[in-house]
Design a protein around this ligand. Structure first.
Ligand SMILES: NC(=O)c1ccc[n+]([C@@H]2O[C@H](COP(=O)([O-])OP(=O)(O)OC[C@H]3O[C@@H](n4cnc5c(N)ncnc54)[C@H](O)[C@@H]3O)[C@@H](O)[C@H]2O)c1
Length: 373
């Protein structure tokens, strides 16, 4: 397969998510990291780009010069990933879409619903793909769970439980850490911290597996660490379009929880349970029958799960291959494969989760009122 030129904005040395993008995009030879504006500090950006082998004339001091430089080249990038802090997503995605470049934007897509809607309309107008990196939907067993729900094997889904609760922002002294600080600064993070940062991953995954949309919700926020303006813990009850109720708990102060992403599905005819820290096993409990463990790589899995899996059964396969599935599907979608679009977390999910964040913040301020999206 010929590689397409790809650019990365943010994801500098030491960033939380840069490596997963870089390694995920490279895994299937779909993309070449041809250009980057990798860091807010131009010096660090240049030196890291050099280390990664990006040509010096394509390692840019900022995203504006990258846009200009790449849009003017015949071999300019075809896809850009926006992996900068949340408040910059809108402006950067808008600028690249305007030049007809496909975008994979980190979540949350934008800070406001108005911006999210504008990006969706712009992507449509420019005939560009705009995906939002709910990257955990790339896990094979998440795709297997979705296929099982879609096939009707679990019957009507009565209830789901979505959880993304970690404990890594429990130390008040961490407020000086720049990687933590922006997450609790309303100017940079918006109206929500842990819900926008983590909770929407779990909730988006619930909508992805259930094949339903969010209709209404109620939310309670807690700022457990003194002095934090934004919440470091949130619980939501969410009504889905197909009648399912989903309960979401997300936290950054759940000491002892490591990554803490998990999803459970409770249907009329069966239940499913998946934990991201053991991603290769999906627990399936048919009504009145013993629980079965469905292993990634087994025979007889849905084709979306089989396709998303690379190594033989029994070998651990984790987050970077899950991101690689997003990149491989993006490449297939760019080449015109509609089934890849169905597997991808696209802009509609991104818009929906921005609405969730805004609505939940409003509900939390009103003491947990039920609000329509
Ligand atoms: N999908 C996921 O699983 C996942 C996981 C973590 C973070 N994220 C998202 O990724 C984004 C980045 O988060 P992070 O945890 O990597 O943050 P981080 O603070 O660890 O790193 C941010 C990086 O972006 C760079 N940067 C900041 N502003 C920039 C600008 N204007 N131009 C170029 N580079 C700039 C910084 O120098 C740094 O290298 C956020 O939107 C976050 O919500 C997603």
């Amino acid at each position: 397969m010929n590689k397409l030129n790809w650019g990365l904005i943010g994801g500098g040395k030491g960033s939380q998510i840069g490596d997963a993008h870089r390694i995920g995009a490279a895994m299937d030879n779909c993309f070449e990291l041809a250009a980057g504006a990798l860091d807010i500090d131009p010096k660090r950006a240049k030196s890291y780009a050099k280390q990664l082998g990006i040509a010096s004339d394509r390692s840019y001091a900022d995203w504006q010069s990258m846009l200009e430089g790449e849009a003017g080249r015949e071999d300019g990038i075809k896809l850009v990933t926006v992996a900068t802090p949340n408040a910059t997503h809108y402006e950067i995605s808008k600028a690249f879409l305007n030049k007809g470049i496909h975008v994979l934007c980190e979540k949350p897509l934008t800070m406001t619903v108005k911006e999210a809607n504008a990006l969706q309309a712009l992507a449509e107008k420019k005939n560009c793909l705009l995906a939002v990196n709910f990257g955990y939907t790339g896990y094979p067993m998440v795709r297997q769970a979705r296929a099982m729900v879609r096939s009707g094997k679990l019957g009507k889904i009565r209830l789901m439980s979505a959880q993304f609760a970690h404990g890594h922002h429990s130390d008040a002294a961490d407020m000086d850490n720049p990687r933590v600080r922006w997450r609790y600064d309303p100017a940079q993070a918006g109206v929500s911290s842990v819900l926008a940062d983590c909770g929407i991953h779990a909730l988006q995954m619930a909508t992805y597996i259930a094949d339903q949309q969010v209709e209404s919700l109620q939310a309670h926020f807690l700022s457990g660490v003194e002095g934090r303006e934004l919440e470091d813990d949130a619980s939501l009850t969410v009504a889905f379009s197909g009648g399912t109720t989903c309960r979401l708990w997300t936290s950054a102060i759940a000491l002892g929880h490591m990554h803490g992403l998990a999803i459970e599905v409770f249907g009329e005819k069966g239940g499913l349970s998946w934990h991201q820290e053991q991603p290769n096993q999906l627990y399936y409990t048919p009504l009145n029958k013993p629980t079965q463990i469905i292993e990634r790589g087994s025979r007889g899995l849905h084709k979306d799960a089989t396709l998303s899996s690379r190594i033989a059964i029994g070998h651990p396969e984790g987050m970077m291959p899950a991101f690689a599935n997003i990149y491989r599907d993006l490449r297939a979608a760019m080449d015109g494969d509609k089934s890849a679009v169905d597997r991808l977390p696209m802009v509609d999910s991104g818009v929906e989760m921005v609405k969730v964040v805004q609505t939940a913040a409003k509900s939390a301020r009103s003491g947990g009122k039920w609000l329509k999206l």
